[in-house]
Design a protein around this ligand. Sequence first.
Ligand code: KIV
Length: 269
Amino acid sequence: MADRHLTAPQIRARKGGDRLVSVTCYDATFARLVDAAGVDVVLVGDSLGMVVQGHDSTLPVTLEDVIYHTRAVSRGLARAHLVADLPFLTYQIDDREALRNAGRLVVEGRAQSVKLEGGVRSATAIRRIVEAGIPVMGHIGLTPQSIHQFGGFKVQGRAEAAAEALMVDARAVQEAGAYAIVLESVPGKLARRITEELQIPTIGIGASAACDGQVLVLYDLLGMDPDFNPKFLKKYDDLATRIRDAVSNYGREVRDGTFPDDAHSFHCD
Ligand code: KIV
């Protein structure tokens, strides 16, 4: 798999060059489509807890869930780099456990790298995983596994002290050996400062065009949820309406007997 796919060193080398395009993905069918669309980095995010499983946060997602979805996505990719999220409490307890769980995402899930949340507080776990040969993507700013600490999904780093703390976090992630870092929901000015200072690519979500790349949750950019409209999100389609229309047209034709018609039925020789 690694031969045909973009590697972590290749993604790191894109710093300051062609912008990185990343989306989340959770199954093989969508994986084939996003890979064919030229996406560079496919993330099996723990956002699957919200958009696939219907939870109101990412906290209930298990390592088994991410392994299952990562293996499915791996079957659909030909070129994109595959990164999988370490869920809540799979890397915070101790660094040995973090390494063991990262290893499971790579061996059982067939991920090429792993992502975990946190700056200074996660630096020793990042180092331990990287030293074992597994590339790590960092994630700072609005880290959804800490929503209860933040008091909700809120922009981070607005005040000067909070911005300075995020600068320290960004440096810690880089120094620990991460090959890239997600900046989520931070002001554009801070994203620019972090991007200019770090030697690894920054991948933004709600962090302005100053970053070296962008990531969006696939279901969000496709417009699957009409009620989810945060400021940072641009919807590139309205699949909620299109899927509802397609399925209701199917239902109408089943009810009135026009489906299946002759063209969709089998005939004797
Ligand atoms: O879980 C996820 O989908 C993520 C992205 C939003 C970066 O972490």
